[in-house]
Design a binder for this molecule. Structure first.
Ligand SMILES: Cc1ncc(C[n+]2csc(CCOP(=O)(O)OP(=O)(O)O)c2C)c(N)n1
Length: 629
């Protein structure tokens, strides 16, 4: 750790430094981030881009009194370091350690938690209006990336800000990247501003002015910015139309310029937007060379930026390769991502069918309604969206897709516990929010071959469908040559049995199999079932086992409430059966971040826990086991 960094225990320590020392501190922070995250993993690129910006914000403003929000908040690591969490920073994303996002329970300086994009402006406006009503005086500052402005909520907030408060600062942190390259008209609009010659000239002269004269000149510089903005070639500046005064773009790595600018903006009595240009990955060549990879990654070699080679392919890759194959045979298939081409694997599909691939930006609701529109015209759209982000699109799924019985396929990547990212990213609610929607087919594969079969199944039927599959590597069973459609609503009986029926949904199959094996060893006859379909549930199978087993056990990587086990309980209730169901799934709590295996053990998603709960229900069934002599 650098010598200056060691002296920073709170933002007050920062305020004692001069600009030269702050520049040294910025370099120390970069080195510290590169070294620390090489062990823990994390969002290195975005944080390397906002070192000076965060230093300047904490230099000028006073958290926790002033309210500082980061959109998504994956870029809040420097904020954490400066606000008393330096000594614990090496625990970031580790079990029991700091969360990788802002968390209200973690620090009084984290005034708003996030993990999903597009929330900062609305939440900041809420805080500003609350301040105005309470007669307070604090500053409210929202930092949002250029990709956050592809999100509808940001614009819903913009539509309200000028009417509802006189004091709020928005910082547009423009690095031209989302996780992948930022897309769409807004991205192009920002790009036009950035590459405009007048701004370039202004920018250079503003920088020189601030460097020469400090505070006073910055005010002059800002006024000039305003003039330059007014004189631009296109008729109106977007943010001015929203009633915000627009400043910039300024160099987001020029500390004196940032400091003077924030001092000036703080004094204004109307809402403002400052456009700041930053470089994602700044100061670390591997991150500059591989922007996507270093947006967020696991441990790496700090010298080279190299990561451990992946072993088996991921579910995302199998999904994308299968989709490419199926799309080759069916021209109606189109693929849609909401700003996650690499995360979902769709970047593998894109080169094969560039015209049938759509990245709509961070716009999950739009993605789903756009898909619905295409489906009305005979296409077979696939929305590849993480389970957690699809939460945003619940209403379009109900109102636009399912109500109209449109054949949109939702491929829900990262379904189940996400691990290190924590509660904002766990995909633990999709069964609950989809199971209740009439007409949707809901499936969960036990391995990669079944994922391909389920995609084929979805395309072969006429209505909406969803498939949930986990983050990470596949089981390794390989894939048969051609995916085959599965009989709809039919479970797969892997092994018959008469005492207990064990149902392992999707990724939970190994736990179910292990429980079945243990119970068999103990002298019970255990049926092992791969449900495949959450909806429609295989009622025939349930009815048949309800006739002779003493218990069902269900395993799911999902909250118990409203999940797969609940569906089984409801089916039994409707059948008038009193056979008990041991449900293994996540409890009715938000689950913290950590290692998946540890968290499963801690929260009772284990074979031991299932065995302990089911054995008392089976006691009367026990047969003597044959012991080899
Ligand atoms: C609703 C939602 N969809 C997708 C994501 C995944 N995601 C996390 S960060 C990010 C890109 C953010 O880009 P930007 O706002 O420009 O910030 P930068 O990382 O470039 O600093 C995306 C798409 C998310 N967090 N929330």
């Amino acid at each position: 750790m650098g010598t200056l960094l060691e002296t920073i225990h709170s933002p007050a320590d920062l305020k004692c430094l001069n600009v030269v020392q702050m520049a040294e501190l910025a370099a120390e922070i970069r080195e510290f981030l590169i070294q620390t995250l090489s062990k823990t993993g994390g969002h290195l690129g975005p944080n390397l881009g906002v070192v000076e910006l965060t230093l300047a914000l904490h230099y000028v403003f006073n958290t926790p009194d002033d309210k500082l929000l980061f959109d998504v908040s994956h870029q809040s690591y420097i904020h954490k370091i400066l606000t008393g969490r330096l000594d614990r920073f090496d625990t970031i994303r580790q079990p029991g350690g700091l969360n990788g996002f802002m968390l209200r329970t973690e620090s009084e300086h984290d005034c708003y938690g996030a993990g999903h994009a597009g929330t900062a402006l609305s939440a900041a406006l809420g805080m500003a209006v609350a301040r105005d009503l309470a007669g307070g005086n604090e500053n409210v500052i929202a930092v949002a990336g250029d990709a956050a402005f592809t999100n509808g909520i940001s614009f819903e907030a913009l539509n309200n800000i000028a009417e509802q408060t006189k004091r709020m600062i928005i910082v547009l942190n423009d690095n031209e990247w989302s996780i992948d390259r930022n897309v769409g008209a807004i991205a192009r609009y920002f790009h036009r501003i950035v590459t405009n010659e007048r701004y370039r000239n202004f920018h250079d002269s503003a920088t020189r002015l601030v460097e020469r004269f400090g505070g006073k000149a910055a005010v002059t510089a800002m006024r000039r910015a305003e003039e330059a903005a007014k004189g631009m070639l296109w008729p109106s500046l977007l943010f001015e139309e929203f009633g915000l005064q627009y400043f910039g773009p300024i160099d987001g790595h020029n500390l004196p310029l940032l400091i003077e600018t924030f001092k000036f903006l703080k004094s204004l009595d109307h809402p403002v937007l400052l456009h700041v240009l930053t470089q994602k990955g700044r100061g670390y060549q591997p991150a500059l060379d591989k922007q996507k990879k270093f947006h967020g990654l696991g441990p790496y070699d700090p010298e080279t930026g190299m990561t451990e080679p992946a072993g088996l392919p991921s579910y995302s890759e199998v999904f994308a390769n299968t989709l490419t194959e199926l799309a080759g045979k069916d021209e109606r298939i189109v693929a849609i991502t909401a700003a996650m081409p690499s995360g979902t694997g769709l970047d593998l599909f894109r080169p094969h069918f560039p015209k049938r691939y759509f990245d709509v930006g961070i716009a999950e609701e739009h993605a789903v309604i756009f898909a619905a529109g295409m489906a009305t015209r005979g296409f077979r759209p696939v929305c590849a969206i993480y389970s957690t982000f699809l939460q945003r699109a619940f209403d379009p799924i109900v109102h636009d897709v399912c109500l109209q019985k449109l054949p949109v396929l939702f491929c829900m990547d990262r379904a189940g516990l996400s691990g290190d990212d924590g509660p904002t990213h766990h995909g633990l609610f999709d069964i609950a929010y989809l199971r209740s929607v009439p007409g949707i087919l809901l499936m969960a594969p036990k391995d990669e071959d079944e994922l391909a079969d389920m995609m084929k199944t979805a395309f072969d039927q006429p209505g909406p469908a969803a498939i949930r599959y986990p983050r990470g590597a596949v089981v390794g069973v390989g894939r048969k040559k051609e995916p085959q459609a599965l009989p709809i609503g039919k479970a797969e009986i892997l092994k018959d049995g008469s005492d207990v029926a064990i149902l392992g949904l999707g990724t939970m199959m190994p736990l179910a199999a292990e429980l079945a094996a243990r119970l068999e060893r103990d002298g019970y006859s255990a049926a092992l079932i791969n449900p495949r379909f959450v909806k429609p549930l295989d009622r025939e199978m349930i009815e048949s086992y309800a006739g002779h087993v003493s218990a069902f056990v269900t395993f799911e990587d999902h909250v118990k409430m409203g999940g797969f086990g609940t569906a089984v309980v409801e089916a039994l209730d409707e059948l008038g059966s009193a056979v008990p169901v041991v449900r293994i799934g996540w409890p009715d709590n938000f689950i913290e971040h950590g290692k998946i295996a540890d968290l499963r053990a801690k929260h009772g998603l284990s074979v031991d826990a299932a065995q302990a709960q089911v054995l008392p229900l089976l006691a009367h069934r026990r047969r003597p086991t044959l012991v080899a002599s």
